[in-house]
Design a protein. Structure first.
Length: 158
């Protein structure tokens, strides 16, 4: 095969336009020992495709998957999952039934009052309750602020 013909076939091969017969000619040429130095890189390509053809693919991918998963391993993993689900369920039920439910919650009730003096007394009592809760919270907040100030002084000293 002449170098001119070889160059034309290589261009066709790289463009993907060769026939099977032309590809066989190229593979036969590059399988020889004595290939010019300028064509050495092509020799590696055709040597690779020749090796690739010799590889025999396995029957199916399904067979590969079956080899990786044995029935005992599959059963063991599924049993672990079931056992974990049951234990989580039992623990959550135990926690639910052992923690006492807060049944002493009081809810606001709506009651129409016709007497203005009685309405005033109820409103005054409700506002007093809110005021005492806010004062209690304010006192706790003031204590926390004092603690933070003390900590800040300690940190600034170091």
């Amino acid at each position: 095969m002449g170098f001119k013909n070889l160059d034309i076939l290589l261009e066709k091969y790289l463009a993907g336009e060769t026939t099977l017969e032309e590809e066989r000619q190229l593979k036969a040429y590059f399988s020889k020992e004595d290939v010019p130095a300028e064509y050495e890189s092509y020799k590696k390509i055709f040597a690779f495709t020749a090796k690739e053809i010799q590889l025999t693919p396995r029957e199916t991918i399904k067979a590969d998957i079956k080899e990786g998963i044995t029935p005992s391993r599959f059963r063991r993993n599924s049993l672990r999952g079931i056992a974990a689900a049951i234990s989580i369920f039992l623990v959550s039920m135990a926690v639910y039934f052992t923690i006492p439910q807060n049944s002493t919650k009081t809810y606001a009730s709506v009651k129409e009052i016709d007497n203005p003096e009685e309405a005033y007394a109820i409103a005054k009592e409700a506002l007093y309750l809110v005021s005492s809760k806010l004062n209690n919270g304010a006192a706790k907040a003031a204590e926390s602020v004092e603690r933070v100030k003390t900590i800040n002084l300690y940190v600034k000293e170091k």
